[in-house]
Design a protein around this ligand. Sequence first.
Ligand SMILES: Nc1ncnc2c1ncn2[C@@H]1O[C@H](COP(=O)(O)OP(=O)(O)OP(=O)(O)O)[C@@H](O)[C@H]1O
Length: 519
Amino acid sequence: MGDSILTAENLSIDFGGVTALENINLSIGQGEILCLAGENGSGKSTFVKIVSGVYSPSSGSVSIDGSLVDSHGPRGAISAGVQVIYQDLSLFDHLTVAENISINRMMHDGSKLVKRSAMRTIAAEQLARVGVELPLDERVSTLSVANKQLVAIARALSMDARILFMDEPTTALTTNEVKRLLKIVLELKNRGLSIVFISHKLDEVFAIADRIIIFRNGHKVGDFPAHELDEESLSFHMTGRRVSYARYHREPNDEAPLLQVQGLSRQGNYSDVSFDLRKGDILGLTGLLGAGRTELALSLFGLNTPDSGQILIDGKLTSISSPLHAMGHGIALVPEDRKAQGLFGAQSIRNNVSSNVIDSLVGRTRLIDRKAEKALAQTTVQKMNVNNKDIDTPVENLSGGNQQKVVIGKWIAREPTIFILDSPTVGIDIGSKQEIYDRIHALAASGIGVIVISDEPEEIIANCNRVLVMHEGVVLDRFGEADLRAPEFKDRLATIISDPGAHVKHVTVPLTSTSGNQQ
Ligand SMILES: Nc1ncnc2c1ncn2[C@@H]1O[C@H](COP(=O)(O)OP(=O)(O)OP(=O)(O)O)[C@@H](O)[C@H]1O
């Protein structure tokens, strides 16, 4: 580690009696990439929020270059060179690239007038530091998530950042975009910036980390040069146990399809998609972000009406015109964006879980059976291993990964027969992933049909007995259990996902009940 730039001493914080961090001591070196690892709810984001002045610690201090940082608000941290890029990026979508990059700098400098030329100069300079070109006058809303992220990095640099915190920056990026981002992070480090990088994707951590600090239950439990760890030892330090993902094998022998999708198309989203889903199937829908997977899932949940094609449930032609309709047919969807679509943030865990099954909780008196509601929420919290067991906690106070557990749990509570999970383990730690995979396997083994949307080859291989690869709205290829079992399949799938254009379609028979590819 180079000279230490930031030092945290004895940092502790608690929220209403719950200790989120206790006696954290750590330092960050000049020009170093430090990865913060830890299970969901271990305190990583809370640490970032203290250092950046969002939270005041109950005790302890943060100093930069030996000077104490004022812990009462973000100003002190910003002046000392701390910048944070949160997952939602906090950009102004309706403003241009140049305006977004320069706005903080101009406000910080006390500019009262909007000077367009100065804005453009600042933005161009900062983008050059990141090493990318973006159209300065383009509205940010039109950019890809990856390019929005570059805008956020350029904005951070414009504030003379010396330490850049990135909290799960790769969750919404494609494989190639992740590679570009990691390259940029390494270049910024080479120019002397200190970077604190938080990710649950251990391959990313090992691709860039100089040092890895591990939190568990609010305590620092490890501080290692990255080369002293590998994925297995890091997982062990994070969870205190050996983590491995069991593979799923379909047992039910009822071949009648629960769901048949035949020639489904929606202009601009997906085209001519066909597949069957049987009891006990876990069908993987994979491909890059933007492949049409999410749009297809939304159509199956009544939120994105197809233009043509057919959906059959239990052999009967069905039109799914609304989520209520879909739920009536036993379909559940864990959406891609848990914050916007999956949860009522200000509501308690209890209310979020019961919101999905409220009809079954209303008794003859037309009142909600509060006892049953409480029992259901408690069971969900236990089964999903949510770290906060107080069911009256607002879900917005849970860590990101624990929020995702509540979303999955509240849909399981509906006991669906067709369960669609869009990117179910984004932001989930490796130990919790294992638990969620076990739950998905058990649900499928009990006879429901599951669709898992994911671009992680490891996730697809651990969970699925069939896979559809989508690219630009069409099914590019499909694989059955025999393919999935082949030892080289993980690498093969990773190559197809990262470069679908180069993949030559070699299976032409559709995976329908009449096809031979029914593994
Ligand atoms: N504003 C808050 N009010 C109450 N509890 C909170 C608040 N913010 C965080 N916590 C609690 O502090 C603990 C640490 O949460 P934090 O978000 O720091 O975890 P994390 O390591 O970033 O997890 P993840 O990987 O899931 O994002 C959790 O138990 C969380 O519920």
